[in-house]
Write a protein that binds this ligand. Structure first.
Ligand code: NAD
Length: 263
């Protein structure tokens, strides 16, 4: 199926590694020009060069920390200056600090809110006026399976990501008259570098191996394994593409069946 992404312009934030990188690469493979951002210049430029080498598409790397209140405006401005338009926004950021409620402080909540909620809010304020002039635009927020099923030791993620879902569900309604679709995508266990590091830490603590820890995680997943960033990216590319023209306001789980609830 042709997703209809050829010639589109996309901004994917937090995309030098992991899920963001995989989504940017997939969109470029489908013919989109992409802007990507991350905090570290070296890895960002390496990723941009890899995407260009694999797809021959134009890629704009922009060094930015999405938790910086000034980042959103400058990201959108740079993307539009370079490519003349913006059809697709994929909001992503690093995960908020882990911890149980009593281990964290209100200050941690403020840091987490800046990273997880306000980065998306500011990106949307900067993006919507541009997209309103361009019907058939699309926004996708990367969240987590935590919005369906709270995860242990992640109270900030469990709480703040639900605000993002409330935001996109509301905007799906408010922006539909402008033909702007707004969706969320919720990864379950997906084998990125960050997940490998987490499993390595667990293995060190428990005197096991990384693969033993990966196998233990997989016990709870009906498909019997973690997902790959590429599998996640295919679902994300579909949701932002014209092929999903009648889908707005959903939060799609990409979790190998791990969430057992019916709703
Ligand atoms: P990752 O650490 O592999 O990649 C994160 C990317 O974001 C990197 O490119 C990093 O440079 C960039 N980044 C981090 N903080 C940033 C900031 N403040 N500004 C700009 N760029 C920033 O992580 P991942 O596994 O790809 O996860 C991406 C998001 O999805 C995270 O929020 C994570 O919590 C969430 N998530 C991941 C999984 C999973 O299994 N991988 C599951 C559920 C939720």
């Amino acid at each position: 199926m042709d997703l209809g992404l050829n010639g589109k312009v996309a901004l994917v934030t937090a995309a030098s590694r992991g899920l963001g990188r995989a989504v940017a690469l997939r969109l470029a493979q489908e013919g989109a020009r992409v802007a990507i951002c991350a905090r570290g210049k070296k890895q960002l430029e390496k990723t941009a060069a890899e995407i260009v080498a694999q797809t021959n598409q134009q890629v704009l790397p922009i060094q930015a920390d999405v938790s910086d209140p000034r980042a959103a405006d400058s990201l959108i401005r740079s993307t539009v200056e370079r490519f003349g338009r913006l059809d697709i926004l994929v909001t992503n950021a690093g995960g908020p600090p882990p911890g149980q409620f009593l281990e964290l402080t209100p200050k941690d909540w403020e840091i987490g809110a800046r990273l997880t909620l306000m980065s998306a809010v500011r990106l949307l304020y900067a993006t919507v006026p541009v997209m309103k002039k361009q019907p058939e635009s699309s926004i996708l927020a990367i969240t987590s399976i935590a919005v369906k099923q709270p995860l242990p030791n992640l109270v900030l993620s469990n709480s703040l990501r639900l605000s993002v879902i409330g935001l996109i569900k509301t905007l799906a309604d408010e922006l539909a008259p402008f033909s702007i679709r707004v969706n969320g995508i919720c990864p379950g266990w997906t084998r990125t570098d960050r997940v490998d590091q987490l499993l390595r830490d667990r293995a060190e603590r428990k005197l096991t191996t990384l693969e033993e820890e990966a196998a233990e995680v997989a016990i709870d997943i009906p498909l019997g394994r973690m997902g790959t960033p590429e599998e996640f990216a295919k679902a994300a590319a579909f949701l932002v593409s014209p092929a999903a023209s009648y889908i707005t306001g959903v939060s799609l789980l990409v979790d190998g069946g791990m969430y057992r609830g019916v709703m």
